[in-house]
Write a protein that binds this ligand. Structure first.
Ligand code: PLP
Length: 266
């Protein structure tokens, strides 16, 4: 009997953005565009649009467990990512399930605060992410404020970005990208990458003046996850992710009246 090989499958463990620009919706659109089958574990639901987050509610940990169990019982997931995890209870639930099942390399996008200022992770959960989730991460993708919260550093220079990446690796994440895009006073946006084998490099793109940046972090981490599900090396997955996010930012589409979404057809 010949066995038909399974189509590449990836998993997004994240929160829903009703406005469709960030969160699980950005993950689904990205993974789909990368020709990978997307599956989901929904952790929280936000009432949200391009103007901000109006409300949110996290799902019961039991339902999180059941979503993981359903996927593990049937699908062949080759890579996974985390996004919005809401609070200590949900971070712990996700960690427990990630230890129980093998869903391939894990990309941790340590989502903390939305661009409009709404908290997507409670303050007391930052140490749980640091101590329990980072050690499971194949790659962690913080922006500057997230890297500061996880390392306790104040980051204003390139050298401090490099030091933060080393600290995050020492905390257990095998590979690290510290994203410099939040440093708005510079003409370019540079991300520092530190790989498991000690190799490191900068990825620099010219800054593009746009309001359409909602969901950039989700899109980068989802693209990396999709590439890993197809068997890409970490370095190639990261470089593809950066190029994909750049293209989706630069060819923005007009949706809503605030921080608009990326263009996933770019
Ligand atoms: N909403 C959800 C559910 C998210 O997961 C995220 C980011 O990960 C955001 C909103 C914030 O997106 P941004 O900061 O790009 O506006």
């Amino acid at each position: 009997m010949t066995t038909v090989e399974q189509f590449p499958q990836a998993l997004s463990i994240a929160g829903s953005d009703s406005g469709g620009g960030a969160g699980m919706q950005a993950d689904l659109k990205t993974i789909q565009e990368r020709h990978v089958f997307a599956t989901t574990v929904l952790v929280a639901v936000t009432a949200q649009n391009t103007l901000g987050v109006q409300d949110f509610m996290a799902l019961p940990p039991k339902l999180i467990d059941e979503q993981f169990a359903s996927l593990a019982a049937d699908l062949s997931i080759k890579a996974c990512k985390t996004g919005m995890l809401a609070d200590v209870e949900r971070v712990k639930a996700v960690v427990k399930n990630l230890k129980q099942y093998d869903f391939g390399p894990l990309t941790v996008d340590p989502v903390m605060i939305a661009k409009g200022g709404a908290p997507l992770l409670s303050d007391d959960a930052i140490s749980t992410v640091r101590e329990e989730l980072l050690p499971l991460a194949t790659i962690v993708t913080p922006n500057l404020p997230e890297a500061e919260a996880l390392t306790g550093m104040h980051i204003t220079t390139d050298a401090q970005m490099q030091e933060a990446a080393q600290k995050l690796q020492a905390l257990g994440a095998k590979n690290v990208i510290v994203k410099g895009g939040h440093e708005t006073n510079t003409a370019s946006a540079s991300d520092f990458v530190l790989l498991e084998n000690g190799r490191s490099f900068w990825m620099t793109t010219s800054r593009f003046n746009t309001q359409n940046t909602h969901g950039t972090g989700d899109t980068l981490s989802a693209c990396i996850t999709a590439e890993l599900a197809k068997g890409a090396t970490i370095e190639n997955a990261i470089r593809t992710g950066k190029a994909y996010v750049d293209a989706t930012i630069k060819q923005g589409i007009k949706v809503g009246h605030g921080h608009g979404p990326l263009n996933h057809w770019a």
